[in-house]
Ligand binder design. Structure first.
Ligand code: PLP
Length: 405
């Protein structure tokens, strides 16, 4: 009999990762052991307010009771069938997700990158089968500074050298144009264009909110050009911006929506391509698939997520608390903050470079009990759970003021 392992400290656990974990991340030096709502607790029992929320995968906070209950109930009954057979949870998930988003059909996948890959395949198939683009010629127009995931095809049309360099050769058929530039988009679209693929708000780029009229312009332009508008709402969707979808801010409905992150309720990876029947209907049996996509556990959790969003409560909270966030940040402009962009409960904050890098500010905030993530250079990103209280949000803004002023 070996003695039970002594619990290890945060420092020991961080050191233990070094030789055995691939170094593709540089996490803040906090080792989380448990969490509830907006709060996480480290191995030593220190508590932190989670102002990142798993890059919006935790829109409903950690372990939302309704989501945990749905998962528990399903765990006790059926977890996986593969799509070789039907399962009794998938129809309801697809019906309610389509209804929530104003679409007709759902293709369930797991991660965000898979939803993007699937969206690309569907758009190309549509271009050949419906639009009549000559085989092998379909193009997809994307925006500079995009973030759509980490597969080889997706990083191939990234403009971030760190994400791309060393991973080629890449999939052809993509054209990159500046974001928020309708004239450039218009010039790039032609008879071979299957789709325009953009984020309605560019998250990883630093929460870049396009000018009013851009999304409506993309809708109008793609309709006129006879190509698809594919909106990657993996981070911007499902309540984050104060609406179910960020495209609702301009009252537009794309042809294809890519969803992920919060769709899994912070419990399991759940993503989906959601589209009109004329588009998703192009897929025939055997042409696409996923062993785990649409599994009953994912469908049960995903249905519970849709049920939370059907109430409108989280979208409303994001809109209302978004005002508190925006006011708080406006108050810091000129006092350590050089500028910020916000939509709903989501902000990219540019910090005075003399005060430190985004990473250094994040480490200082961590010591104040607030967890955030830097993006490029001196920008930090705030995306708290939509369940955060006004007091908690104000305390996070207070901690930001303390480390900056
Ligand atoms: C996170 C993200 C993805 C990729 O999702 P993964 O689940 O990490 O593969 C794609 N698009 C956007 C906009 C994202 O924010």
């Amino acid at each position: 009999m070996t003695a039970p392992a002594r619990p290890r400290t945060s420092e020991q656990l961080i050191r233990a990762e070094e030789p055995v974990l691939a170094h593709n991340y540089h996490p803040l030096p906090v080792v989380v052991a448990r969490a509830e709502g907006s709060w996480v607790e480290d191995v030593e029992g220190n508590r932190y307010l989670d102002m990142l929320a798993g890059y919006s995968a935790l829109n409903f906070g950690h372990r939302h009771p309704a989501l945990v209950e749905a998962a528990h109930r399903q765990l006790d009954r059926l977890t996986l069938t593969s799509r070789a057979f039907h399962n009794d949870r998938l129809a309801e998930f697809a019906e309610r997700l389509a209804e929530l988003t104003g679409m007709d059909m759902v293709l369930p996948m797991n991660t965000g990158a898979e939803a993007v890959e699937s969206g690309i395949k569907v758009a190309r198939k549509w271009a050949y089968d419906v639009k009549g683009v000559p085989e092998g010629r379909a193009t997809i127009v994307v925006a500079a500074e995009n973030f759509h995931g980490r597969t080889t095809t997706i990083v191939g049309f990234s403009t971030d050298e760190t994400a791309r360099a060393g991973f080629g050769p890449f999939t052809p058929g993509f054209k990159v144009v500046p974001y928020n530039d309708l004239a450039a988009l218009e010039a790039a679209v032609d008879d071979t264009t299957a789709a325009v693929l953009i984020e309605p708000v560019q998250g990883e780029a630093g929460v870049i909110v396009p000018d009013d009229g851009y999304l409506a312009g993309v809708r109008e332009l793609t309709r006129r050009a006879g190509c698809l508008f594919v909106a990657d709402e993996i981070q911007s969707g499902l309540g984050r911006t104060g609406r179910t979808l960020a495209v609702e801010h301009e009252d537009v409905l794309p042809d294809v929506l890519l969803l992920g992150k919060a769709l899994g309720g912070g419990i399991v990876p759940v993503s989906a391509v959601v589209a009109r029947r004329e588009v998703l209907g192009v897929l025939r049996p055997g042409e696409h698939g996923s062993t785990f996509g649409g599994n009953p556990l994912a469908a049960a959790v995903g249905t519970a997520v849709v049920e939370l969003l059907e109430t409108g409560e989280f979208q409303r909270r994001a809109a209302e608390l978004g005002v508190v966030l925006r006011d708080g940040l406006a108050d810091l402009v000129g006092r350590g903050v050089t500028g910020f962009r916000a939509r709903g409960l989501w902000a990219g904050v540019d910090v005075e470079p003399a005060l430190g890098t985004g990473r250094e500010i994040s480490e200082r905030l961590m010591r104040e009990g607030v967890l955030v993530k830097d993006t490029h250079g001196s920008t930090i990103r705030l995306a708290p759970p939509l369940t955060i209280t006004t007091e908690e949000l104000r305390s996070a803004l207070g901690a930001l003021e303390k480390v900056l002023v």
